[in-house]
Write a protein that binds this ligand. Sequence first.
Ligand code: UN1
Length: 507
Amino acid sequence: MSRLVTSVVDGKSLDAGESPRLQSLNPSNLDDVVAEIDPAPPRVFTSAAIVASNAQKQWADVPSPVRGRAIAHIGRVVEENKQTLAALVTREIGKPYGEALGEVQEIVDTCDFFLGEGRRLYGQTVPSEMPDKQLFTYRNPVGTVAVITAGNFPVAVPSWYIVPALLAGNTVVWKPAEYSAAISQALHELFVRGGGLPDGVLNIVHADGPSTFAGLEESLDGGYIDKVGFTGSPEVGREIGGLTGRHLQTACLELGGKNPLVVTPSADLDLAVEGALFSGFGTGGQRCTSLGTVIVHESVHDEFMRRFTAAVDAAVVGDPAGDVLMGPLLDAKFAERFEKFLGWIQPQHTVHGRTGRITTANPRPGFTGDAAAGLYYHPVIVDGVRPGDEIFDNETFGPIVGVTTYSTLDDAIDLANAPGYGLSCSIYTNDAREVFTYRERIGAGMVSVNNSTSGAEAHLPFGGNGKSGNGSRLSGLWVLDQFTRWQSMNWDYSGKLQKAQMDVTEL
Ligand code: UN1
């Protein structure tokens, strides 16, 4: 059964009546229409921004411990609905059910972290250089935040923005991905109901990319948006960064990754294979933290490949409702993009696995889906990739892992940094010196040691450098620097004009 999904602004569901309706399809069975979306024109985004902007002062006046309680309730309501939400994630984006449960857990963890922050949200007292004068700092909300999110983590990632933004006294206009519209709508309802949020505090706008961009521009022109949080591709991130910069506002950009995994001679190879399998092919390789390239020491390359290819051959692809390593790709748009990468495999590469879509004629042993009906692909390992190859240089966002070799750790680090992304990375080693050299010289914001590139915990700084983002960090306390602005106050009770830098007390 499909559900009609409309934007909700100021607590009212708006059917702008635009046609044609967009559709969100179940990628395991493209005949299953999960959502019919009423696509909002730019004016709906702008009116949502105006509504949010008008609601902000009142929301900021709610004491932050009370806002923290709202976050606590949201976490509880989401947890009560964990199975239903996870089942919808599995149906609408094809994420294996076990991973979908983990994803819902991530928003619960985020709420757990922030519910207490309402009672902290500390400022500071700062010593003055003059007597009878006090200095203070305060965290003020930024105002109205536009949150634009991808659909590969349709529950966890929006919560990384929305939960701390609301906690800090901001109001939000949320534009989720079209291909996860039903999940986003369900989540929005849980947020509003669970948190008892007043109308206008969290608005959801379903729109396509161009309408969102036009609405965002209009809202920035009007001064209704003070901050943008965006998770998505580097191309769109650049556009959003440019647009916000021209309006003297800032964006928190979480973009792609081409995440390397280095396997050194001292590595536990079975552990490294397990990590490569999970982060390379789990979620169909469609996490921003997914493994891009294994950089393996030449002395262990052959043995690593023997074990890695065996593990991939034994992996089950299929119906995401079952116990599988990966289900279908998220959406037709991503399948099309992924096929381009398959076309970029070169004669000098050695390919393990069947390249291309799984059809009824060629299912793998253990395949459990309906190949004819869904966007199922074979997992592929491409050995022998080098800088300059499309597959080495770019995020593929699909089930393809490149492999290359190195001889010294310096080479490995240069190869790891070469694509110019810098989100996540990992190293498998038992040599402490290698760990610290790698950590110091790698461009990534997140480093795993003897662990895969995926699966960051919800209270550590999350974010990247280079093509992976503009250095902003989500999660934990660090994200508060995105959604608050420091204000300083000085209070002179000396009864005279004391001049900073000029009237400093001498010893
Ligand atoms: C993403 O793909 O945008 O670290 C986020 C991880 C997950 C989040 C991925 N916790 O893999």
